[in-house]
Design a protein around this ligand. Structure first.
Ligand SMILES: [Zn+2]
Length: 454
């Protein structure tokens, strides 16, 4: 077997974005792209954008494409600016993992071959092969993990065991990708331009045309496609992406669910833009979302009803958190705290035995998820806040006091892992130095407490 490696290297004037540090690699990190783009498209896109997302290789069913020199670091592991994953590993993206099938199987075989070749070149053993999950906990390479991580390692080991001691890699000369704008790949006479810069090709792409890479893959299109949903609809979704395209890396596809309004339909890989930080494909949308209606008795004029708010309501809060890959047992009021103070909290479920509650969480490197009101771990839409995948860095809770009772508030706080609690937050108040929420953007939290008080 031989594997062709095409080099389409990042221009050095983008090193500051894509690969700022000199690296002496110690490991190899395996990813899945979570999309259906070819290796050339994957690397072309990675080089052409200005996101701090990068990787050394993308491998598909026919070849490997290298985008970054192996003596420079890339941003792929989600473990921070000085993380071992980002600073000490060679990153390999395996293509076609979204839909899977034969071409993914072939891409994975090619990736195992490339991995083995890189190990052999360095006299490294199989223990140098890591998965993205090892660095940040993200479930990546998702399809490779679904099919069996040990199975993949066995494929690499089988290549290592082969007696051929030379790495059988052919290196094609460096060449620049050309993007052609045509109605279809086969309709060569429809071509209205050819560009080395993808952005320029996109700008030239009129309605009814697409941008093709040199292999004939569509990398951008304005050809109209049928959409099941339209702008303004409020939909529930199952998987979302922080950007219209989704190379695996620091900003990555978010498994999990939520709901939001469609604000735009865009062409290309992700079809819908949802109103809070997310993009979804057609297949990710579950259906039209029916909003929860809050019975806000408070909306009645307070002065007219304040006299009637004389009784004190007894309220107990119950809550549990998801951390370290499991749901912890329920905590009541301030009898304990939720969390283990070691693993980042990634979802929270809250209920009260009187009155009602609404709450929402903000995820690290992301935005606010919609409010939820339920307490049901099998209801991924309204049963808890968070997605069990991303660290929560803030939470907002509001207690709704029933008519006739003195107002009570949610009093709650978070503690960073291994550290003291931040100040108490009451409901969504912003007076007295409160932020309107507990937490701090960019921080992971290990403990959570809640009480309902006057
Ligand atoms: Zn990954």
């Amino acid at each position: 077997m031989a594997l062709t490696i095409t080099q389409l290297l990042c221009p050095s004037n983008k090193y500051n974005i894509k690969c700022p540090y000199i690296m002496a690699p110690e490991y190899i990190t395996v990813h899945n792209t979570y999309n259906d783009a070819s290796a050339m498209s994957e690397i072309s896109y990675m080089i052409s954008n200005n996101n701090q997302v990068s990787y050394h290789y993308a491998v598909d069913d026919t070849r490997a494409v290298q985008g970054i020199p192996l003596d420079r670091n890339t941003w792929h592991a989600g473990d921070g600016g000085s993380g071992t994953g980002n600073r000490k590993t060679i990153a390999i993206e395996i293509c076609y993992s979204k839909s899977g099938g034969d071409r993914f199987v072939k891409a994975e075989q090619n990736a195992s071959y490339l991995t083995a070749a890189l190990l052999k070149e360095r006299n490294w053993g199989i223990e140098r092969v890591k998965k993205h999950q090892d660095w940040s906990g993200k479930y990546c390479p998702h399809r490779t993990l679904d099919m069996g991580w040990q199975r993949f390692l066995d494929m690499v080991q089988a290549e290592l065991n082969k007696s051929n001691k030379v790495t059988m890699i052919q290196k094609e000369p460096v060449k620049t990708e050309v993007y052609r704008v045509r109605k279809s790949w086969s309709d060569t006479s429809s071509q209205i331009g050819a560009y080395t810069n993808l952005d320029n090709a996109k700008a030239a792409c009129k309605t009814g045309y697409s941008v093709f890479d040199s292999q004939g893959n569509i990398v951008y299109t304005t050809t109209s496609v049928t959409h099941r949903y339209s702008v303004g609809q409020h939909v529930s979704f199952g998987t979302s992406y922080p950007s219209p395209t989704l190379p695996c890396g620091i900003t990555y596809a978010t498994s999990g669910s939520g709901h939001g309004k469609i604000t735009a339909i865009i062409d290309g890989q992700a079809k819908y833009q949802i109103d809070y930080i997310k993009y979804c494909n057609d297949g990710d949308i579950i259906g039209i979302y029916t909003p929860q209606t809050f019975t806000t008795s408070e909306s009645v004029s307070e002065s007219a009803t304040s006299d009637s708010r004389t009784k004190t309501l007894a309220v107990n809060a119950f809550y549990k958190v998801f951390a370290g890959n499991k749901w912890y047992s329920e905590v009541k009021n301030l009898e304990d705290y939720a969390g283990d103070n070691k693993n980042p909290i990634r979802a929270i479920a809250i209920k009260t035995d009187n009155g009602s509650i609404k709450y929402r969480v903000h995820i690290k490197n992301g935005g606010w998820y919609p409010y939820v009101t339920g307490y049901n771990l099998s209801d991924t839409i309204n049963g808890y806040a968070g997605d069990c995948q991303n660290d929560i860095d803030a939470i907002e809770i509001y207690f709704i006091t029933p008519e006739g009772y003195k107002y009570k508030k949610a009093k709650y706080r978070l503690a960073p892992i291994g550290k003291d609690y931040y100040s108490w937050q009451y409901d969504n108040e912003t007076t007295n130095g409160q932020d309107g929420y507990a937490g701090s953007f960019g921080t992971s939290f290990g403990r959570f407490q809640l009480n309902i008080e006057e």
